[in-house]
Design a protein around this ligand. Sequence first.
Ligand SMILES: C[S@@+](CC[C@H](N)C(=O)[O-])C[C@H]1O[C@@H](n2cnc3c(N)ncnc32)[C@H](O)[C@@H]1O
Length: 277
Amino acid sequence: MSSPTPMWWWAQVTTTRTREAAKTCCAAAYGSDIAALLLGDSYHPGGLSLTRRLATQLGLPRDAHVLDVASGPGATAMMLAGEFGLRVAGLDLSAANVALAQGRADAQGQADRVSFAVGDAELLPYPDAAFDAVVIECALCTFPNKPAAAAETARVLRNGGRLGLTDVLGDADRLPAELTTLAAHIACIAGARPMHTYADLVDAAGLRTTRTERHDAALARMIDQIEARLELVRLTARAQAEALGLDLDRAKQALAAARAAVADGVIGYGLLVADKP
Ligand SMILES: C[S@@+](CC[C@H](N)C(=O)[O-])C[C@H]1O[C@@H](n2cnc3c(N)ncnc32)[C@H](O)[C@@H]1O
């Protein structure tokens, strides 16, 4: 699965077939135990405290209906329901993540406010104007067809609805070779875009960006956390990691490159809020 030369893999992601393969590969990686071992409960920089900040910026009334696109293991959806009193639908391409998230919601007695389904962010299985808000955390960067995902987000928002997005920021032209592989794409780096590109994408879909913030330190902390947990994977789940194409020997170098890229401002983490006029 790893790419032999820089940008080789991205160059392949141009046809529908390779786009579908990229999505499946990403969902398989995030649905694995390795993701949970490396990332913990919440699969984005800043964890639930950044989600809390995003939810506060959205300023939604209790009972508002929210779609969490690429909901991963469901921690965000459950927090939005538990702390903010929102009704949340989570959608993820990974059936394993959806099962895990739904199991947690059931176990925590939140099944009346939170539900999860398998589906693709680029083709949302909901009618027009179905939601008061859409949340997308650390996922748009992994979608091969970002304009389609942005258009679908705008479609399912009601007029006056809001989008809350956090994502990896990246300047593709300045990425070092170690951060342009398939693994780097799955790790949300190779597909990352600068903040202004996310804002342009969202605005081109008919939304209006009203706020952007940078949270680069959260990404640096996540890189440190992954490095610390890599040893655990090496000791307990090496075979599974390799089956997923994660080269544990190269991972340390990639993490060092990622840390340097954060320090140089080549990658970072951003928050964006938009509304549907
Ligand atoms: C980095 S994780 C973020 C998960 C969650 N938003 C969080 O912050 O904890 C990216 C998630 O996107 C999901 N994903 C990838 N491609 C997708 C797609 N096309 N449609 C829906 N989910 C997708 C993966 O399965 C994974 O759960």
